[in-house]
Design a protein around this ligand. Sequence first.
Ligand code: IVH
Length: 696
Amino acid sequence: MTTTSGEFVLADAAAYAQAVTDASEAAGAYYTGGTSALDDDAYDRLVRAVAAYEADHPDEVLAHSPTGKVAGGAVEGDVPHTVPMLSLDNVFDGEQFTTWTASVARRIGHEVTRWNVQPKLDGLAIAARYHEGRLTRLITRGDGMAGEDVSHAIGTIEGLPDRLTEPHTVEVRGEVLMTISQFEHANEVRTAHGGAPFANPRNAAAGTLRAKERSYTVPMTFFAYGLLPLPGTSAEHTEELRTLAHGELMDRAAGLGVNTPATTDVSGLTVDTVEQVLERVGHIAGLRAELPFGIDGIVVKADLAADQEAAGTGTRAPRWAIAFKLPAVEKITRLLDVEWNVGRTGIIAPRAVLTPVDIDGSTVAYATLHNPADITRRDLRIGDHVMVYKAGDIIPRIEAPVAHLRTGDEQPIVFPEVCPQCGSGIDTSEQRWRCERGRNCHVVASLSYAAGRDQLDIEGLGGTRVVQLVDAGLVADLADLFALTRDGLLALDRMGETSTDNLLAAIEAAKAQPLSRVLCALGVRGTGRSMSRRIARHFATMDHIRAADAEAMQRVEGIGAEKAPVIVSELAELAPLIDRLAAAGVNMTEPGATPPAPEGETEDGASGEQAAAGPLDGMTVVVTGAMTGPLEKLSRNQMNELIERAGGKSSSSVSKRTGLVVAGEGAGSKRTKAEDLGIRLATPDEFAELVADLLD
Ligand code: IVH
C-alpha cells in the first residue's frame, strides 16, 4: 500500500516478510553487479517501510532484515577489515540536513567546527592496502567487517598506483568506478567479445572488479575518500594520520600519488557554516550532468578528527557524516514499442519507445537498444516494465525487463526481415545489422548531411531538394552531385534558371572546402565533425589518410585500438567514391597542416599537429553565448575550426584544463563556471583580435 506522500505502509507481518525478502534480493543484485528488480527510489522507500514496521513491532524483526546493516546485509567477505568499512545515512533535502547537523551539535556539545563537502561517487567501495609503499591487496567492502579479495584487479585501476611516492604502510579507501567514457569503451570491448553490454557504469565496475578470468581488461578509475594507518606503521605515523582533518588526509593521499576528487570539477571543499555546505551541495548538484563520471549524492563530513571522535560511530554508519542523496538516474517505465531506424551508414538500429518518465530533470521517451542479439539476450518484450538508465550526456539505455511485473500479455519484439528504409536484404553477420546497400540505402540522409552547413555547406541543397534529385534519378551518391548539369536541373519541377545557377555555383564552391569538411561529409562511421578535423590536421592530405593503417590511425588523438580499424576499413570501402570526388576537382588537402613525418624519422618537428603552432598553441578553448562583431556570422562549428587553425583545441565543456573561455552575449553556466575556476575569459571582440591573422 502507498500513502499520499508515496511512502509504503506494510499492513501486516506477511507484507513485512515479503518486503524484507524483496529488499534483500535487490540489495544482493545491487552490490554484486546483478540486475535489481527495484530502482533506487523504490528500494529506499521499501527499506524505510521495513524500518517503520520494525519500529512499531520490535519483537517481529526478522534476522535477514536489511535495516541497520552495511550493504543491506547482502554480501559477505573473508578478508577482515582493520577498521569496519561503514555505510552512510541519507538526507534528501536541506531541511533534513539542517536537522541532522543540529543533532550532531547536541551530541558533541557544540556546533561542528567545520565541514568537508565532497561528491558521492557512484561506484564500489574498496580498501587498497599499501605495505611500505607497494600496493599489495585490494578488498571490497563486503559486509563492512570483512570483504572479498579482488587483488587481481591491481594494475587496471587508474588513480591507484602500484607504488606510492613514499614508502608508507597505509590503507587508502575510496570508490572504484567507470567514467562515462571508460564505460562506453568497456561496452565496445565487451560486445566485440560477444558479451552483453553492461547496463550502467556502476554495474560495469562491479562486474569488472569481480571478474577474475577475462580475456580482456578494461580500465576503471579510483577516487580516494579515506586514508588510515595499517598495523606495521610507526606509532608516530599512526597518531599523525588519526589526528589530521579530513581535508588534510585527502591532501596527503593526493601527495602520495593517489587520485582524489581534487582532480575534478567537484573537489572536496572545507567550509565553516551549514549555509556554505548547502551552497556547495547546490553547486555540485548543478554540475552533475556535466561530470565525466556518475555521482549519486554529496557526502558531508565533519572535517576535524576531534569532532568526528566526539560524534562517534554507530554499527552501520558514522554519526559525523551524511550522504545528501540526489535524484536517481534509473527509473522503471513501460516499453511500448521498438522502432528500427536506418542511419546514414546503413546501420539498422533498434530504439525503444517508452512511456515518458522523468529522470533527474529530463523526460525520457526513447532509449537505445543496441542490437537484435542484445534484445534476445535480455529477453525484452513489448509491454514489459523496464529499468531505464540516463546520466549526463549518456543516451538513455534500457537495462533489463522487470520480470516479476509481467502479466503474460507481453508480446515478442519482431525483428525486421528486410531493410525498413529501402526493402533490400539485411547483412546480419555482425551484431549491428546493416542494410546490404550500406550508406547507399539512406542516400537522402547521407546527402543532406554532406550538404549541411558544417560539412560542404551547399546552400540551396536542403532535404526536399535532395529528395527531388534522388527521386529523379540524378544522384545516387555524393560524387553524382558534382556531375549535375544545368539542363538536368532545369528539367526538374520548381527549378528556374536562377535557382539552378545558384545551386551549381554553390556546388562549385563546395569543391574548395577543407579536407576536414570533405572527410566529415563522407560520413565515415565513428567520425563526426571534431574527429574529422583532427584526422585532417594530423594527415594533411587525403592520400596520407588513405595510406594510414590502423596503427598510424591510432596516432590521432582520441582514436583508440577499437576505432582505428573501423575507420581504416570504412575508408577502403569509400575508395571508389573518394576517387570520383577527387576527379571532380574536390579539394583533398587541409590548409595549414603538414603531413606526419614518415615512419622511422623523428617524431618531433614535422608532425601535422605540431605544425599547427599559432596564437592559441596547445590551449583548450570553450565558446559560449552569442558571437558578435567580426565573429558574428560564424557558427559554433566554424568557431571550433578557427580555434583549431590557431593551434588550439576546441571543447564544449569548461573544466580545470580549459585555458580560455570566449563568452558572448547570453553566456550562462559555462561563464559562471569559468569564473568559479578562475579561467581566463575573453569577449568575442577580444578573441577576434587574438586570432586576427586567421580571419578572412
Ligand atoms: S565516506 C565512514 N565518502 O558511499 C564513511 N563514501 O553509502 C564511509 N561513497 O560505502 C564512507 N563517495 O562506497 C564516503 N566521498 C565519499 C563517498 C563515499 C561514495 C560510497 C562508499 C560508501 C557508500 C556509503
